[in-house]
Write a protein that binds this ligand. Sequence first.
Ligand code: PMP
Length: 436
Amino acid sequence: RGDNDQLASFWMPFTANRAYKANPRQLVSASGMYYRSSDGREILDGTAGLWCSNAGHCRPEIAEAIAKAASTLDFAPTFQLGHPLPFELAQRVAALMPDGLDRIFFTNSGSESVDSALKIALAIQRAKGQGTRTRLIGRERGYHGTGFGGITVGGLVNNRRVFSTLPGADHLRHTHDIGRNAFARGFPRHGAELADDLQRLVDLHGAETIAAVIVEPMAGSTGVLVPPVGYLQRLREICDRNGILLIFDEVITAFGRVGAPTASEAWGVTPDIITMAKGLTNAAVPMGAVAVKRELHDAVIDSVPGGIELFHGYTYSGHPLASAAGLATLDLYARDGLFDRANDLAAYWEDAAHGLKGRRHVIDIRTIGLVAGIELEPRPGAPTARAMELFHAAFDNGLLVRATGDIIALSPPLIVEKAQIDEMFGKLAELLETID
Ligand code: PMP
């Protein structure tokens, strides 16, 4: 095992990075709610991998579907030619989207979905004779993946400084005020007016320069930021008034995470474009997708020379193995009623998370669906160290959580049992007493 650890950080230093080097840990197998580590321990998965294994790990139905595809049609292109699996999957995905978003484009990851969505937005504006609209608006504390587009609109300022490429992009600045909910349950009741920050950018730049706004309905990777009541509606209104397209990045939230097929449905706000990935295939094979409003998509096809070719299908768009995994995954979600299950368990989850109120270091707790963000007081002089220490302590005690900044995020597979929810928050409660 020692050799393996060294090999990983030598040959894969970009991902097996400092955190791994300091504390090399390997996961070697998985089943249902559990990982098994290389030292033979069971680890309760409090994060569905990386917000993605919504049906739990190594589900035989998905494995069999992948194996069948691998031995029947391992690959076929989806432009100029076609094959049945992605066609069927596109139809099934469209049925889970809000009304009207039924034009589906398959990618291989969340980052590709975001970059594709941004390109589609620019193409739509151009097709509408709005070619001056090239500016894209994201949010501070937004996370949209690691493509050039996603970084440009994303909120990781250091990344942006080095890699930002799209000219004129700007960022809503109010996101820090969205996060805290002062231990209140449910959605923050106040703060819809924070969305008026978009009006400020419209006034600053001129509506005629802005193509699209991209937000995560619930920002996950940057600390579980649950929008206040009315906030997403307000963004929608400002976009409508000003001819701006609204993109929801649902890479985390689609496929049940917030107790509905999409966050758009949960919040009752319909964007023009939705990006997704992760839960689409239960993460068993990489795949992402973009859903576009039919009327907008068809306007582009009809009027842009080259039509859909402009969108650059990927070699692996609609890959048979991924499509098979997607179909089997959506079958499982439906058969086991996992989106409803997430919704039904949300109140129990919220109560359990709020059991940490009053524990050492805890300064805020936010939940939505089967997501929780436990915000810790930053350690003086060493911000983020406390959450990292809790992450390590939890792993050593058989629980996988995610440390992001000073926040511990949890997002278990939607098959989680109540006893496992108790175990997660019970362990965290104990461990909070043990860390500085
Ligand atoms: N958008 C959001 C909202 C995400 O959370 C992520 C990944 N955590 C991405 C995009 C990027 O997805 P991927 O890592 O699959 O490229």
